[in-house]
Write a protein that binds this ligand. Structure first.
Ligand code: AMP
Length: 420
C-alpha cells in the first residue's frame, strides 16, 4: 500500500477528499477552521512535490443545489492556509469542473463545489413522495446507486491518484469517500496524513495496547454507547462509566437516583454489562457520589450526595469529589487512556468540575508516558474548553466515524483503500 510520506506526487493530479464541513455563522464566516487546518499538511505535500490537487468536500446537508451550502464561502481561508491561490469550480460534475481540472498545472489547486449538491454522492434517493410504494422506493434506490457509480467514475476521471483525508466521513460509503477508490489501482490510492494519523491512533489504542488500558465512557445515554462498551469489554482493563449513563447503572443496582436522567428500558442491559465486565475480568468503575441539583440549570441549588441516595426531585448533573479521586487514581495507573463523553453537563459552568478533573488526570497520565486518545464531539469540546487539547497524545477529528471505528466496525472509507 502506498503512503502519503512515500508517494511522489510529481506530475500527478490528485483527487483529495477532505472534510471541510466547517461551522459558518449567519454571515457565512467560518467560526472554527479546525477541519480545514487538519487537511493542510496533505495538500501542501502534494503541491510541494510538484503535483496538483483537486479538492472535494461536502458542507452541511443540502437537499440539492443550494447557495447556502456553497464551498465558495471557505475558498479564501483554504487559499490563505495553503499559501496558494486556490481556484474554484462552481459545480463538482459540470463543464467547469471538467475543464478546470484538466487545465490544472503542477503546484495548483482547485476546490470543487459541494459534492452533496448531488444525491448521487450519498447514493440515496432524495425527495421520495410520502406515498411512494415499496417498488418505487426500491427502484429509486437502485437508480441512485447507479448514479453514485457514475459520479464516482467522473470524479476519478479528473485525477491520476486518489487521496482520502476525510476521516469525519470515513464511516460513509459515498461516491467520493469510498466508491471512487474502485477506479484507481492499488498503487494510486492512499490515505492523507490526517486519515493515517487517526487510524494509527485508534489502532495503537485497540490493537497495540500498552496496559493497563482504561476507557472512560461518558455522555448522556447508555443506548448510544452500547456497541462501544461491548466492544471495549473484550479489550480494556478498566472501564469507567460516567455522565448521564451512570444513573441507569445505579438504578439497575437498586440505588435511588431522584429524577436523574435514566433509561428505564435499559436497566437489564446495564446489569448484563456489569455481568460481562465480571466475566471478562474488567474492572468496571462506577461513580460513588454525585453533584446533585434541584433543577436542570446552571444556577440550581447543589449538594454532594452518595450516587445511590439522590433525594427525590434532585438530579445528578456531575460526579462528586470522591468519584473524581476514584477515577483519577485509575487513570493515573494507566498506560493507555481512551476518553469519550463528559462526566456531567459540562455546558453548565457549575457542572464542569468532574470533566475537568478527568481531563487533568489524563494530562498527568500522558505526561507520565501513557498514550491518550480523546474523541467524540463533546469530550473534544471539553479538552478545548479546558485548554488541554495539546497535552493529549491524540485528539480525534472524528465524531461518528471514530465511534464506529472503536466499535470494531470496518469503515468504508478505510476499506476502500487498504482492503479491510
Ligand atoms: P453524548 O453526546 O452521548 O456524548 O452526551 C453528551 C451530553 O451528555 C452532554 O450534552 C452532557 O450535557 C450530557 N450529560 C452528561 N452528564 C449528564 C447528566 N448527568 N445528566 C444529563 N445530561 C448529561
Amino acid at each position: 500500500m502506498q503512503t502519503i510520506d512515500n508517494f511522489n506526487f510529481s506530475g500527478q493530479k490528485a483527487f483529495v477528499r477532505v472534510d471541510f464541513n466547517v461551522p459558518l455563522d449567519e454571515k457565512f464566516n467560518i467560526t472554527d477552521d479546525t477541519r480545514i487546518r487538519a487537511a493542510i499538511p496533505t495538500l501542501k505535500k502534494i503541491l510541494a512535490n510538484g503535483g496538483s490537487a483537486i479538492i472535494g468536500s461536502h458542507l452541511g446537508r443540502p437537499k440539492g443545489v443550494d447557495a447556502k451550502y456553497s464551498l465558495q464561502y471557505i475558498l479564501a481561508r483554504v487559499s490563505e492556509l495553503l499559501g496558494v491561490n486556490v481556484d474554484f469550480a462552481n459545480d463538482c460534475l459540470g463543464k467547469e469542473a471538467i475543464e478546470k481540472s484538466a487545465a490544472l498545472q503542477p503546484g495548483q489547486a482547485l476546490l470543487l463545489e459541494n459534492l452533496r449538491y448531488y444525491a448521487a454522492e450519498e447514493g440515496k434517493p432524495r425527495g421520495l413522495k410520502d406515498d411512494a410504494s415499496e417498488d418505487e422506493i426500491a427502484a429509486a434506490k437502485k437508480a441512485e446507486k447507479a448514479n453514485q457509480k457514475e459520479m464516482a467514475k467522473q470524479l476519478a476521471s479528473y485525477a491520476t491518484v486518489y487521496v482520502n483525508d476525510a476521516f469525519g466521513t470515513a464511516h460513509r460509503a459515498h461516491a467520493s469517500t469510498a466508491v471512487i477508490a474502485d477506479y484507481f489501482d492499488t498503487d494510486h490510492k492512499l490515505f492523507g496524513y490526517l486519515m493515517q494519523n487517526e487510524i494509527d491512533a485508534v489502532e495503537k489504542v485497540l490493537k497495540d495496547t500498552a496496559r493497563p488500558f482504561t476507557a472512560i465512557m461518558g455522555g448522556s445515554k447508555v443506548s448510544s454507547k452500547i456497541e462501544i462498551i461491548e466492544n471495549l469489554l473484550s479489550k480494556v482493563d478498566n472501564l469507567i462509566i460516567a455522565g448521564g449513563m451512570t444513573y441507569t447503572f445505579t438504578k439497575a443496582l437498586g440505588g435511588k437516583i431522584g429524577h436523574s436522567i435514566c433509561e428505564d428500558d435499559k436497566l437489564d442491559l446495564a446489569l448484563s454489562l456489569i455481568q460481562k465486565a465480571k466475566e471478562n475480568n474488567v474492572n468496571l468503575v462506577l461513580a460513588v457520589d454525585a453533584k446533585a441539583a434541584d433543577s436542570f440549570s446552571n444556577d440550581a441549588k447543589t449538594q454532594f450526595v452518595p450516587v445511590d441516595a439522590i433525594p427525590d426531585n434532585w438530579e445528578g448533573l456531575d460526579i462528586g469529589p470522591e468519584t473524581e479521586t476514584l477515577f483519577a487514581k485509575v487513570i493515573l495507573a494507566s498506560k493507555t487512556v481512551l476518553w469519550n463523553g463528559p462526566t456531567g453537563v459540562f455546558e453548565f459552568e457549575n457542572f464542569t468540575g468532574g470533566s475537568r478533573a478527568v481531563g487533568l488526570a489524563i494530562v498527568e497520565a500522558t505526561e507520565n508516558g501513557a498514550f491518550s486518545l480523546v474523541g467524540g464531539g463533546d469530550s473534544v469540546a471539553c479538552v478545548n474548553k479546558f485548554g488541554i487539547a495539546d497535552k493529549m497524545s491524540y485528539v480525534s477529528t472524528g465524531g461518528g466515524a471514530l465511534l464506529e471505528f472503536i466499535e470494531g466496525k470496518v469503515l468504508p472509507g478505510i476499506k476502500a483503500i487498504r482492503g479491510y
